[in-house]
Design a protein around this ligand. Structure first.
Ligand code: PL3
Ligand code: FE2
Ligand code: FE2
Length: 246
């Protein structure tokens, strides 16, 4: 690992490309980008914890389970703070709070309107698909300390996604319209967050376009899991992506 790579040039492996052991985790460029990406992850996990605790209030029969999922999120936030600490990097949470605020506001609005379906779609489908996509792409380029932590967190996020899918699936006919309306509002906002992170993502060797593509694949799978036919799910996701990226 080289600590002397210039911050201006890309000191990393040919990008996009397979992970290589020369990723300069200790270069100033990597550390600055990591601080902002790590901030996104830490703030995102902390918000997810809050959302699950709100969901626990909204869904009394599942209260214990939702509190357990929330506790997992708090744990993820701590684990990723540890990944930053291991690199000697402090999470930059300012940008993250600003970027995540619109999605959090949509959750709060849905809660204020007692729109449980939208709360579930925002946290358990959209945010969790985003998390799984991000961690999947980070995994092959993570430093050796963060790698096993990321793998474990990713398995947890899959569980959170499954919770939402399993709640929505048996109610598909009754909730489909709300799911679509919510996705139309929230997916563009979620993808919009990535715009300001493109440079930082590239610096830590995550291809921003690949992240969007991965999110779309996962979100389409989720829509199919809750009852959409494949063609309908694909159409919906493509419409949302076109709008978000236009
Ligand atoms: C749900 O459990 C948590 C939601 C977290 C949101 C993650 C935002 C990710 C932004 C792009 C991060 C790339 C991955 C880097 C990992 C250190
Ligand atoms: Fe999480
Ligand atoms: Fe999660």
């Amino acid at each position: 690992m080289s600590g002397t790579a210039p911050a201006s040039a890309t000191p990393y492996a040919t990008f996009p490309g397979p992970a290589v052991p020369t990723l300069a985790y200790d270069s100033p460029a990597y550390r600055q980008a990591y601080s902002r990406i790590n901030g996104m992850v830490v703030v995102g996990e902390t918000l997810a914890d809050r959302h699950f605790r709100r969901l626990a209030e909204l869904l009394p029969p599942d209260r214990e389970e939702l509190l357990r999922l929330g506790a997992m999120e708090a744990r993820h936030a701590r684990d990723f703070v540890g990944c930053g600490r291991n690199l000697g990097v402090k999470a930059d949470t300012g940008l993250a709070r600003r970027l995540l605020a619109p999605l959090h506001q949509q959750f709060q609005q849905a809660e204020a309107q007692a729109d449980l379906v939208s709360c579930l779609v925002i946290q358990c489908l959209i945010i969790e698909c985003f998390a799984v996509a991000a961690y999947r792409l980070y995994l092959p380029v993570a430093d050796p300390y963060a790698e096993p932590i990321t793998a474990a967190v990713m398995a947890d996020e899959r569980e959170h996604l499954n919770y939402g899918e399993q709640w929505l699936r048996p109610r598909f006919a009754a909730v489909a319209q709300q799911v679509e309306a919510c996705a139309r509002r929230a997916v563009p906002v979620a993808l919009g967050m990535l715009q300001e992170l493109r440079g930082d993502l590239a610096t830590i060797s995550i291809d921003p376009s690949a992240l969007v593509a991965e999110f779309m694949v996962l979100f389409q799978e989720s829509l199919e899991a809750i009852g959409y036919a494949e063609a309908a799910a694909r159409r919906l996701v493509n419409r949302l992506a076109t709008r978000a990226l236009a």
